[in-house]
Design a protein around this ligand. Structure first.
Ligand code: CA
Length: 366
């Protein structure tokens, strides 16, 4: 923030402070804020301490919020090492135990089935397409409509880009190879593979390698090379399949609405815009990490084999997905509105992606 901007805000705050003897009931444009007041907020995220990119991006968020507010907002950040609940962020923020949370919306389909629609969907939008839907196609408004009834407001938190289809111990040649296969795969992708006879599960980040190594699961998907390499999955599952189920997964910041209601407008603006900027920063960081680590894998781990699912397997997965989407549309009016919004936007956006990015890549390919 510039010195001038801060001076203006300070003056406004001072005027607000002078206009009322009781800040908590003031009609001032900056209620509940005194010039020298420091706003302290608690944030919980769903990753281990200093977990690369996902957890680090929250530290980035904390730094942005504190610097943009000139220190007048202070965030205390708790990881799963402290709060011990990787999938507890929804309840933490809904109840007000924490003011802010960061996690992935699709981990909370058990809390509200409509939460599944706001991370990524199988066969759906890429990062650019989905960002455009969130910001210019009504997506963020729909997400906030869903979270409003849980006393939360949301903002995008960072995108992984295209996710890989996962690490498999055995090759997948026919749809029968998926039957009975135990796989860590959350969200709608998990429902889709259940539809073809696989057994999806979700497992906290810190337990993934052990589950794969011990055979508790036969396969898993995590993110992409940028985050997968350090997890060591390639040591026990050499087949690395290309993506279909999460073509651009967005993390999310969750804000308790009661906490937000107590804040002055400038503080809310900083919290929301810093989340938006963190989302952008994390997204570029993930792309860079994917490119770096793919270079490492391709040069240093020759046993890793990149695979694509056969066309017949993809067709079966698409059919399972289409069936589930129809069930979801029938489940509730808002599910139908969200799905139709996503489908309409995908259709429009993909037409441009196809003549823009796709034809470019085809034209310049060696
Ligand atoms: Ca994933």
């Amino acid at each position: 923030m510039t010195r001038y901007a801060f001076a203006v805000i300070s003056t406004l705050l001072l005027l607000g402070a002078c206009s009322s003897s009781d800040q908590n009931t003031s009609t001032s444009p900056v209620p509940n804020a005194k010039v020298d007041e420091v706003i302290s907020l608690k944030l919980a995220h769903g990753w281990p301490t200093a977990y690369p990119i996902f957890g680090e991006s929250v530290e980035d968020y904390k730094d942005l919020v504190e610097s943009m507010s000139n220190g007048r907002i202070q965030l205390s950040v708790d990881s799963t090492n402290r709060h011990k609940s990787a999938f507890g962020i929804f309840d933490f923020v809904k109840s007000g135990q924490y003011d802010i949370g960061q996690s992935a919306s699709y981990y909370y389909g058990g809390k509200d089935p409509d939460a599944l629609f706001f991370s990524s969907m199988p066969f759906s939008m890429t990062t650019q397409e989905q960002w455009s839907w969130f910001y210019h196609g009504g997506g963020l408004e729909l997400a906030n409509e869903v979270y409003d009834k849980h006393n939360m407001q949301v903002m995008l938190g960072g995108n992984t880009g295209m996710q890989m289809g996962g690490w498999f111990r055995k090759e997948i040649n026919t749809i029968d190879d998926l039957k009975g296969l135990k796989m860590r795969i959350p969200g709608f992708g998990g429902k889709v593979i259940a539809g073809v006879g696989a057994v999806p599960t979700n497992i906290p980040t810190g337990e993934l390698y052990q589950a794969l190594e011990r055979g508790t699961i036969d396969a898993l998907e995590w993110v992409g090379p940028g985050l997968d390499l350090r997890m060591g999955f390639h040591k026990v599952a050499p087949y690395y399949y290309s993506g279909w189920h999460e073509p651009g997964t967005e993390l999310m910041y969750f804000f308790n609405k009661d906490s937000m209601a107590k804040l002055p407008e400038w503080a809310k603006s900083i919290l929301l815009n810093a989340a938006k900027l963190t989302s952008y920063n994390m997204t570029t960081e993930t792309f860079a990490a994917n490119a770096d680590n793919w270079q490492t894998i391709s040069s240093q781990y020759p046993d890793v084999q990149i695979k694509q699912f056969p066309a017949s397997v993809m067709q079966a997965l698409k059919e399972s997905n289409a069936e589930l989407i129809e069930q979801e549309k029938a489940r509730s009016p808002i599910a139908k509105r969200i799905i139709e919004s996503r489908e309409a936007y995908l259709s429009k956006a993909r037409a441009w992606t196809t003549i823009g990015d796709q034809l470019y890549l085809e034209s310049v390919a060696d």
